[in-house]
Design a protein around this ligand. Structure first.
Ligand code: AMP
Length: 281
């Protein structure tokens, strides 16, 4: 695997592949890699001749400075993992490469952007869209792979890639889970042993919500899920929403509506975790 820290040598290397009509697949990440990230790399490898991964902890997408400071960094291990996974190129830029000056552009995503993560993490998706569009412009991938775990992020990236005529197809990859159901996340390493034991309750809550929604309204389901966490004061539920999984429109009833996802954001101690589950799939 070749590692590039600056843009020009990366683009020179990519140009050779592009001249030979090789398809470029791209997996942007913030590092602290786990099997969820690797499933994206594998999907890219299956669909492209060349796979590029980027690792960059993007400061402008953090709305909470503690979260940014505590974001896990395991770059040596990440490089080993990527080598093993068969990634061809790693782009590992520093802040001055990505942001020679602070960006001033502001994105607006309409209905996709002002609920759930957009509502509770002000400025988050603006930061995501800036870094992803810069990375798309740098790498110019044919295909880019995003996790369904960050459903709202995937939909927003897919939308702005279309709106801005990026020549990149944006794909979603299913959520990769631990055996006990916990969605893999770089932030999981910040959980204490006790919190880690409790963490699978997040997925259990989604499964419970899925069952409850067969007979109850969304509001009743939200109340029951709040109840479900009451015995465990380390959890603080931020939201549980039922949304159309393409438009993110919030629904209050699942009746006659087959295209839905139930999405959750919850604090476990001071670690904020998100997860989601498609209904009727
Ligand atoms: P991150 O490094 O957390 O920014 O994630 C980089 C990419 O990996 C994003 O597209 C995430 O949605 C995706 N991802 C994170 N966790 C998982 C998971 N458990 N399963 C599948 N994809 C994931």
């Amino acid at each position: 695997m070749e590692v590039f820290k600056s843009i020009e040598p990366l683009q020179q290397a990519l140009q050779k592949f592009k001249c030979n009509n090789k398809r470029i697949g791209f997996v942007p990440t913030m590092g602290a890699l786990h099997k969820g990230h690797i499933s994206l790399i594998e999907k890219s490898r299956a669909e492209n001749e060349v796979t590029v991964c980027s690792i960059y902890v993007n400061p402008i997408q953090f709305n909470n400075s503690e979260d940014f400071k505590k974001y896990p960094k395991t770059i040596e291990k990440d490089i080993e993992i990527l080598e093993k996974a068969g990634c061809d190129i790693l782009f590992l830029p520093e802040d001055k490469v990505m942001y020679p000056e602070p960006p001033k552009v502001k994105f607006e995503f309409g209905a996709l952007g002002n609920i759930m993560e957009g509502k509770f993490r002000e400025g988050h998706f603006n930061g995501v869209a800036i870094v992803v569009s810069k990375l798309f412009n740098i790498v110019k991938p044919d295909n880019a792979y995003f996790g369904q775990k960050d459903l709202q992020q995937y939909l927003i990236v897919r939308q702005f890639a279309k709106d801005l005529s990026f020549n990149t197809n944006v794909h979603a990859v299913p959520i990769f889970r631990e055996e006990d159901g916990l969605a893999m996340s770089s932030r999981n390493v910040r959980l204490s042993a006790g919190q880690r034991e409790l963490a699978p309750k997040i997925f259990l809550a989604l499964l419970l919500a899925k069952t409850l929604l067969l007979t109850k309204t969304v509001k009743e389901t939200q109340e029951e899920i709040q109840h479900f966490f009451t015995p465990y004061p380390e959890f603080k539920l931020e939201y549980l929403e039922v949304v159309n999984k393409e438009t993110l429109e919030i629904v209050s009833s699942v009746k006659d509506n087959k295209n839905l996802a139930v999405c959750i954001a919850i604090y476990l101690g001071d670690v904020r975790l998100i997860d989601n589950l498609f209904l009727f799939s």
